[in-house]
Design a protein around this ligand. Structure first.
Ligand code: BGC
Ligand code: NOJ
Length: 811
C-alpha cells in the first residue's frame, strides 16, 4: 500500500494521508541551523549540535506520537483543526505534505478554508521560516483565529529531559512586538538566545505552556485555543513556549499569508545587553527585518532550489527507469547530504543526545557526498584525522561543536583507522587534489603532534599491520564494522554499554572482515604511495597485504564462504561448525570487494553461499542462523531478538557491499537484483509493511526470523546512503573516479540496452552514453571521446569548464 507518490519533476515526495505508518520526516537546513519536520509538522530545531543547542523540545516516546513541532491551530467557531492534521486530529477535507529538498509544504483544508504551511531554512541563515497562507474558498465571509505554537527546549537536550529540579526554575523570555525571545541561561554563561517572530503583530500571545496548553492539557487540546484565547502569559520557569493568536476576517475568495520565523542569535560578551537584564535584540531585529520584506520568502525558496539543483548536477543518470532515476538523481544523493550534515546525531531514531560524529561513519559518508561538495569533504577529512591517536587508532566518535574526540563510545574499534584511508582515497580520486596529503593535521587534537595527512594514513595502515592475531588476521579490538560483535567484552550486567565494557584489546580475537578491509584499502594506500613516488614503501605494504590475504584465504576460509572472526578463545565465529551464526554477510562483501579469491574461485563460492543462505525477499540478512540465546563471548549481537538489528536483520548498509562484490565478478543481473530489493522507491508499494519513509533508506529491515519481517527501522542516518550510492553509481552504472581519470566500467543486467550519465568530474562535464547491443553484463568494446576512440576505459582528465561527449559500447 502507498501513502503518497513521487513527483520527480519537482523533486518531491507527496504524502496524501497524514496517517502514515510512522511519522515521515524531512530535514530542513544544510549548514548550521536545522529542523526535522514530519509530514504533520512535528519535529524540532537546533543550531549545529542537536544535544547542546536544542531550540525546541521533542519527546521521542510520547504517546500519541509526534506531538511537538511547529504547529498552527485554526479555529472557526468551535471547530479547531491543524493544516497537518496533528495534534488535534480533526478530519481534513484535503491533506498533502510535499517533502522537497530542504523544504516541506503541508496543505490541509476544512470547511472551505485552505491552509498551506511552507517551511524551509534559508541558505546561510540561522533560522527556520514558515509561511502560513490561508484562503477562504467557501464563498462566504469568514472569521477565523490562527494560533502558531512551539515549545522551547532549555538548550541542553539531556538536561532538559532530566534535570527538572533545576530547569523548572530557570526559564525566561522577553516579548517585544511580534517577537518572543527565549533567553533561558542567557543571564550567565550563555551568549545565545532564540527568537520566534511573525511578520505582523498578533492579537495576543502566550509564553507559558501552562497558560496556553493547560497544566493538565495537551497539544491536542490547548486550553487557550479551545477556550477564550491567548492570555498574554510571561513564562517564569516551567516550560517557556511561543504561541500567538491572529484573529482574521477573510472575505469570500480572500487569502492572506503570515511569515513566521524561529532564529538563533549569538552575541559577543560585550554586546549581550541592551539595558540591565534586557537582551540586545539588534541581530534578531535585523534577521526579522530581512525576512519580513515582500518577496523574501519566495527568494529564499528559489535560492534553496537552485543550490539543490546545482548539488545534484554532478551525477545524473538517464536509465529509462523512473524508479532508478529518482533514486540516483534525487533521493539517494539527498540522503547522502543529510548524513553529511547529521552524521548519526538527530533523526526520529537518533535522539540527538547520544552520538556525536562517528569516525567510521563520517569516513564512509564521504563516499556518498564527496562528488557534490569536495571542499567540505576535504575539511571533514582533516577534522576526522585530527582526532586520530598517534599510534593510528582512533576515538570512535567526536563532538561536532568542538571537533574533539570523545570517549563516550570509547576507542579500539580496529576497523576505524582503515576507513580514514577509504575516505581520503575517495577524495583524491574525485578531485585529484594530492595536496591534501601534505596538510599538517594534529593527532588527538594536539597541535604539537601535527603531521602531514599522509602520515596519518601511514599510521592507519601500520596500526593494522602491527595488530595481527594468532592466525595472522587483524585483531578486532572492541569490535569492527559490526559494533555488536564484542569479542573482548564479556558483559554480564544490564546497563553496561557493550561499546565500552571490558578491555578494548584482546590478543586473540581476530576479524576476517578487517582482513578484507586491509586488503582493499591497503591496496588503495599502496597506490597512493606509488603515485607519490614512494615505490619501496608501496612494495613493503603490498607484501604485508599479501600475507593477510593469504591468512584470509586460509584461516578465514570455511570451505564455502569466508568466516567472520575468531573469538577470544580462538573459536571460529561464522563457520560451518557453529550452531548459530554459521555465515555472516560482512566478510563475503568486503573480501570479494577486495577481490580476495576472485581468481581462485573462493569469491564466487562466497557469493553463491550468500544467495543460498542469506537471501530473503526483502534483502539479504546479516547472518544465519540467528542467535537465539545470549553468547557472553560474542556480546551485543546475540542480545537482540532473532531477526532484528545485527542479529540477522537485513542491515541495509552491507547489502550494497554484495552489490559491489557481484560486479567485481561481472554478475550484473544479480547485482541489480540485490540493489533493487532494498531501494526505497522499489518498495514503495509495501509501505504498510516497510513503514519507514519510501524515499530514504533505513538502517535495518527486520529479517526473516523476526515477527515483523520487512519492517524498516532507523531511517535516514545510515551508511547505507553512501554505500548504495557508490554501488549504483560506480559499481553498476560503472562511472568510477580513479587516481588517473574517470573509468567507465558498467556491470548491468543483460537486458539493459543502454543508459546515459552526465557526470561533472574535476570541473569538466562528461556526457556519457552507454550502449549494450549484445546484452552483456560487463565488458567494454570501445570508448569514443569526442569522436576519437581511446585506448582502455579511463577517460582522461579534461579541462575544467569543458564539456565532452563520450560514447561507450559494451561487449
Ligand atoms: C547498535 C549498533 C550501533 C551501536 C552504536 C548498537 O546498539 O545495534 O547498530 O552501531 O549501538 O552505539
Ligand atoms: C551503526 C553504526 O553507525 C555503524 O558504524 C555500524 O557499522 C553499524 N551500526 C553496524 O553495527
Amino acid at each position: 500500500m502507498r501513502f503518497g507518490y513521487f513527483d520527480d519533476t519537482k523533486r518531491e515526495y507527496v504524502i496524501t494521508s497524514p496517517r502514515t505508518p510512522l511519522p515521515w520526516i524531512n530535514y530542513l537546513g544544510s549548514e548550521d541551523f536545522f529542523t526535522l519536520c514530519s509530514n504533520t509538522a512535528g519535529g524540532y530545531s537546533f543550531y549545529r549540535d542537536a544535544r547542546l543547542r536544542r531550540l525546541t523540545r521533542y519527546r521521542y516516546n510520547n504517546s500519541p506520537l509526534d506531538q511537538e513541532g511547529f504547529r498552527f491551530y485554526i479555529r472557526e467557531d468551535d471547530i479547531v483543526w491543524n493544516p497537518g492534521w496533528q495534534p488535534v486530529q480533526t478530519e481534513l477535507e484535503s491533506y498533502s505534505c510535499r517533502h522537497g529538498l530542504g523544504y516541506t509544504v503541508i496543505e490541509g483544508s476544512r470547511g472551505g478554508v485552505k491552509a498551506s504551511q511552507e517551511m524551509l531554512v534559508p541558505n546561510k541563515a540561522n533560522c527556520l521560516l514558515v509561511r502560513l497562507s490561508i484562503s477562504n474558498e467557501s464563498g462566504f465571509a469568514k472569521k477565523l483565529s490562527v494560533f502558531p505554537y512551539i515549545e522551547f527546549c532549555l538548550w541542553d537536550a539531556v538536561d532538559d529531559s532530566s534535570n527538572f529540579q533545576r530547569n523548572w526554575s530557570i526559564g525566561e523570555v522577553e516579548i517585544k512586538g511580534s517577537a518572543i525571545y527565549h533567553k533561558t541561561e542567557y543571564r550567565e554563561r550563555r551568549d545565545h538566545y532564540a527568537v520566534f517572530w511573525a511578520d505582523r503583530e498578533p492579537d495576543a500571545f502566550d509564553t507559558s505552556r501552562d497558560a496556553f496548553i493547560g497544566v493538565y492539557g495537551s497539544p491536542a487540546r490547548p486550553e487557550a485555543v479551545f477556550g477564550s484565547g491567548c492570555t498574554g502569559s510571561v513564562a517564569h520557569g516551567w516550560q517557556p513556549i511561543a504561541a500567538q493568536q491572529f484573529d482574521l476576517e477573510l472575505a469570500a475568495g480572500e487569502s492572506t499569508s503570515i511569515v513566521f520565523g524561529l532564529g538563533y542569535i549569538e552575541n559577543s560578551e560585550d554586546e549581550k545587553w541592551e539595558a540591565p537584564g534586557v537582551i540586545n535584540k539588534k541581530k534578531a531585529e535585523d534577521l526579522i527585518a530581512a525576512y519580513s520584506c515582500a518577496g523574501a520568502f519566495d527568494r529564499a525558496m528559489e535560492e534553496l532550489k537552485a543550490s539543490w539543483a546545482d548539488l545534484l548536477s554532478h551525477y545524473i543518470v538517464g536509465s529509462g527507469s523512473e524508479k532508478l532515476d529518482r533514486m540516483v538523481n534525487i533521493w539517494n544523493q539527498y540522503q547522502c547530504m543529510v548524513t553529511f550534515n547529521m552524521s548519526r546525531s538527530a533523526s526520529y531514531f537518533e535522539s540527538g543526545m547520544g552520538r556525536g560524529m562517528g569516525f567510521r561513519d563520517s569516513c564512509q559518508d564521504l563516499l556518498g557526498f564527496v562528488h557534490m561538495i569536495p571542499e567540505r569533504a576535504r575539511e571533514r577529512i582533516l577534522d576526522i584525522a585530527a582526532t586520530q591517536f598517534p599510534d593510528g587508532s582512533a576515538y570512535h566518535q567526536y563532538q561536532p561543536l568542538t571537533k574533539k574526540g570523545n570517549l563516550a563510545v570509547g576507542s579500539g574499534f580496529n576497523d576505524d583507522p582503515l576507513w580514514l584511508i577509504a575516505g581520503t582515497d575517495a577524495y583524491i580520486r574525485e578531485t585529484g587534489d594530492w595536496s591534501i596529503l601534505d596538510e599538517n593535521v594534529p593527532f588527538d587534537n594536539d597541535p604539537s603532534l601535527a603531521q602531514p595527512l599522509s602520515e596519518h594514513l601511514r599510521r592507519s595502515f601500520r596500526y593494522t599491520t602491527e595488530h595481527l592475531g594468532p592466525h595472522g588476521l587483524p585483531l578486532i579490538g572492541r569490535a569492527d564494522w559490526n559494533d555488536c560483535l564484542n569479542l573482548n567484552c564479556f558483559s554480564k550486567h544490564p546497563g553496561e554499554s557493550f561499546q565500552i565494557t571490558g578491555p578494548s584489546e584482546g590478543p586473540v580475537a581476530e576479524s576476517v572482515f578487517i582482513g578484507g578491509m586491509y586488503v582493499k584499502y591497503g591496496r588503495a594506500w599502496a597506490d597512493i604511495l606509488k603515485h607519490t613516488g614512494l615505490a619501496a614503501e608501496a612494495e613493503a605494504a603490498e607484501s604485508s597485504i599479501s600475507a593477510v590475504e593469504a591468512a584470509v584465504l586460509d584461516a578465514g576460509w570455511d570451505g564455502e564462504w569466508f568466516r567472520r572472526a575468531y573469538d577470544a578463545y580462538g573459536n571460529v565465529v561464522g563457520g560451518s561448525e557453529c550452531e548459530e551464526g554459521k555465515i555472516f554477510i560482512e566478510p563475503q562483501g568486503m573480501c570479494v570487494m577486495a577481490r580476495v579469491g576472485a581468481e581462485t574461485g573462493e569469491a564466487a563460492k562466497a557469493l553463491e553461499s550468500v544467495k543460498k543462505m542469506l537471501d530473503t525477499k526483502y534483502g539479504i540478512v546479516l547472518l544465519q542462523p540467528a542467535y537465539t540465546k545470549y553468547h557472553l563471548e560474542l556480546g551485543e549481537i546475540s542480545s537482540y531478538p532473532p531477526g532484528y538489528k545485527e542479529n540477522a536483520g537485513i542491515f541495509c548498509h552491507n547489502n550494497p557491499w554484495i552489490v559491489c562484490a557481484e560486479t567485481e565478478l561481472g554478475h550484473g543481473d544479480r547485482a541489480f537484483e540485490v540493489y533493487a530489493r532494498t531501494a526505497p522507491a522499489y518498495i514503495e508499494d509495501i509501505s504498510e509493511i516497510h513503514r519507514t519513509e519510501p524515499y530514504v533508506y533505513s538502517q535495518m529491515i527486520a529479517g526473516s526470523d523476526a515477527a515483523t519481517f520487512g519492517e524498516g527501522k532507523n531511517s535516514w542516518l545510515t551508511g547505507t546512503a553512501a554505500w548504495t550510492f557508490l554501488s549504483i553509481s560506480q559499481a553498476i552504472l560503472g562511472v568510477k573516479p580513479t587516481l588517473d581519470g574517470l573509468m567507465i566500467d558498467p556491470c548491468i543486467p543483460a537486458d539493459v540496452k543502454g543508459f546515459t550519465v552526465t557526470r561533472k568530474f574535476r570541473g569538466a562535464v562528461y556526457d556519457i552514453t552507454v550502449e549494450n547491443p549484445d546484452g552483456v553484463q560487463k565488458g567494454i568494446r570501445e570508448v569514443i571521446v569526442d569522436g576519437r576512440r581511446i585506448e582502455g576505459n579511463v577517460l582522461p582528465v579534461l579541462e575544467s569548464g569543458s564539456c565532452t561527449k563520450v560514447a561507450v559500447v559494451m561487449g
